[in-house]
Design a protein around this ligand. Structure first.
Ligand code: FAD
Length: 411
């Protein structure tokens, strides 16, 4: 086997899932994560369909996910007085298993920490490739050599910027911004959520951690803004400009946002690339083919991408040229299907006009009585299942970590 020594940038979903499969195929993964420690909490993400579930089963973590699932029921669209106008089925939002992103990251970390070197609090600073490998410099740690480098560092991937070029070339803004943070469950929501839509704005609240807290979510339509992603004060000011006096719980949630421990704000974007690899560097998950946070597909796609990339590397006995090309052949149509979902959902969640928004609100009201009421869930499931996964393991059983301690190393 060639090219065993692999650096992965990013410890969320794609990174640890890739590390799991690489180890299982005989490679030695190292993960560098910019955050100082594993990022807990966050919003709810989901898996749906047999392709996703079969990978989780093969990894031996399906039961862990089942135990940590959010158990959410239907989601209600409400009017300004909080009265339910329409109910969306749980399946549409929560898939087969819905879980908080941080809980998922923890399960993946636990399944990999024993055989993966984790380096927290650092980031790749430069990549210099030669015939035998890649010299990597870091923002904090000493330079190191790796055979291959994989960017699993999300929508704003540093690996992509270093190896392929500036973000503007690859990230397409879908005309929507999103904010999300943890707040008190002051509405007493019981495994459910409420959403309130006015024109091209949507504000929602859903219960989390078995009703002990809630997530506040804001979406609004806007052309791309010139923003520093670290400038939280400005992001909060923009949100306040759009939602003050917007009705329902908007003002209360804007007030709570100032105390939120985990305020998240970003544009809703997709990553479109002609190639997902260059030389010894490849991308996986959102870094390569983010379908957008609105698609409900990003987490499953990241998992499938990691499975296929590691599997193709094993099948090619580490020959990255063969493996990276096969990875794209196997995955591109699937990723494009997920991105199509992302496009469609963005238009539905944040319609371009007030007229369209009120037509949609009316449609949602009568939807449960129409023959095509489950069409959206069915489409999402079909998209998520639209891949035939190869079995790269030769049928060997999942390997579980045997000790609670890992090789975590923080610089
Ligand atoms: C608000 C919101 C709601 C969402 N809802 C859903 C949903 O309902 N269903 C669904 O399937 N998906 C959902 N998603 C999408 C989902 O979160 C992503 O598609 C999925 O997490 C992709 O995983 P990833 O590992 O590729 O990237 P990410 O989860 O973005 O992880 C990237 C990791 O890389 C790290 N990193 C970043 N830069 C560096 C660097 N320079 N060096 C080292 N590490 C770095 C980050 O800290 C992070 O840990 C949602 C996303 C958002 C933002």
């Amino acid at each position: 086997m060639k090219n065993r020594n692999v650096l992965i940038s990013g410890a969320s979903v794609a990174g640890p899932a890739l590390a799991y499969w690489l180890h299982r195929h005989g490679f030695t993964p190292t993960i560098v994560e910019r955050a100082p420690a594993l990022r807990d909490g966050g919003y709810a993400v989901d898996f749906r369909g047999e392709a996703h579930l079969s990978i989780l089963r093969r990894m031996g973590i399906l039961d862990d996910l089942e135990r940590a699932r959010t158990g959410m029921g239907s989601m209600s669209y409400v009017n300004s007085a909080g009265k339910t106008q329409a109910k969306m089925p749980a399946d549409l939002f929560a898939g087969d298993i819905e879980i908080l992103r941080g809980d998922l990251a923890r399960i993946l970390y636990d399944a990999t920490k024993e055989h993966t070197e984790y380096v927290f609090g650092d980031s790749v600073a430069s990549l210099t490739e030669d015939a035998d490998g890649v010299t990597v410099t870091f923002e904090r740690g000493a330079p190191r050599r790796f055979d291959l480098v994989i960017g699993a560092d999300g929508l704003h991937s540093a690996t992509r910027r270093l190896a392929f070029g500036p973000e503007e070339r690859f990230v397409k803004h879908l005309g929507v911004y999103c904010a999300i943070f943890t707040t008190a469950n002051h509405l007493g929501l019981d495994h459910t959520g409420h959403a309130y839509r006015t024109g091209n704005k949507l504000v929602a609240m859903y219960s989390a951690r078995h009703n002990t807290e809630a997530k506040a979510v804001f979406y609004f339509g806007s052309p791309e803004l010139d923003l520093d992603r670290r400038d939280v004060a400005r992001q909060q000011a923009i949100l306040a400009e759009h939602f003050t006096g917007n009705g329902w719980q908007s003002d209360r949630l804007l007030h709570d946002m100032r105390q939120a421990p985990d305020f998240y704000f970003d544009s809703v974007g997709q990553v479109r690339m002609d190639a997902w690899s260059r030389g010894r560097v490849a991308l996986v998950g959102d870094a390569a083919y983010c379908p957008s946070s609105l698609s409900g597909m990003g987490t499953g796609l990241a998992l499938v991408g990691a499975y296929v990339l590691a599997g193709e590397l094993a099948a090619a006995r580490g020959d990255h040229r063969v493996a990276f090309a096969r990875y794209e052949q196997e995955l591109r149509a699937y990723a494009e299907g997920c991105q199509k979902m992302g496009d469609g959902v963005a238009k539905l969640m944040v319609p371009s006009s007030r007229f369209l928004a009120s037509a949609l609100n009316r449609y949602y009201k009568i939807m449960p009585y129409l023959p095509g009421k489950n069409m959206a869930s069915k489409m999402a499931r079909k998209t998520a299942e639209n891949i035939t996964l190869r079995d790269y393991t030769g049928g060997d059983a999942p390997r579980r970590p045997s000790s609670p301690t890992g090789s975590r190393r923080a610089r």
